[in-house]
Design a protein around this ligand. Structure first.
Ligand SMILES: [Zn+2]
Length: 54
């Protein structure tokens, strides 16, 4: 299974086999590129509810 999550700010997509890793990437990107503290729990909830490549 591949997990994918787009950045809510710019739409850049992050994908990988590991759900936690994808969440970390999106949160780190939002912080580094946008100065935006993205809630990791919300990212994980999105990942749980949406498996586009399942
Ligand atoms: Zn972004």
């Amino acid at each position: 299974m591949t997990f994918a999550q787009a950045c809510p700010r710019c739409g850049e997509e992050f994908a990988g086999d590991d759900r936690d890793s994808v969440a970390d990437q999106v949160v780190a990107h939002a912080t580094d590129d946008h100065g935006h503290a993205l809630d990791r729990d919300i990212v994980l909830a999105h990942l749980d509810g949406r498996h586009p490549h399942d």
